[in-house]
Design a protein around this ligand. Structure first.
Ligand SMILES: [Zn+2]
Length: 103
């Protein structure tokens, strides 16, 4: 199978050695139904919970970068957004002058 897409990414080294077999098994169980939008045509495998849980039951087909609604792109970016929100500092309001001090 072609396996060049993550060749230059840290992602490839974090996947298990039998990733290709797991990927095929997930497609065999679920078909090509995207677990995000429920439509057919999914061509990538998603980790349902973001992270390094590579068990078959933690994986599901998803629309990749090139197909349909591109669910994987949106899901990944919202995961990044949540992480960014945690780090976001508390919003500060600029101090307002007391109304009585206005001239
Ligand atoms: Zn989808």
């Amino acid at each position: 199978m072609p396996n060049g897409q993550w060749a230059n990414s840290d992602r490839a080294s974090r996947l298990p050695r039998d990733w290709a077999a797991r990927r095929a098994e997930v497609f065999r169980i679920h078909g090509d139904t995207c677990h995000v939008c429920g439509l057919p045509g999914a061509d990538e495998i998603d980790h349902i919970v973001a992270g390094d849980d590579h068990r078959i039951e933690s994986l599901a087909p998803i629309h990749g970068r090139r197909t349909g609604p591109r669910c994987h792109v949106y899901k990944s970016s919202s995961e990044g957004g949540k992480a960014a929100q945690v780090k976001k500092p508390k919003r500060q309001r600029p101090p307002e002058p007391h109304p009585g001090l206005r001239t």
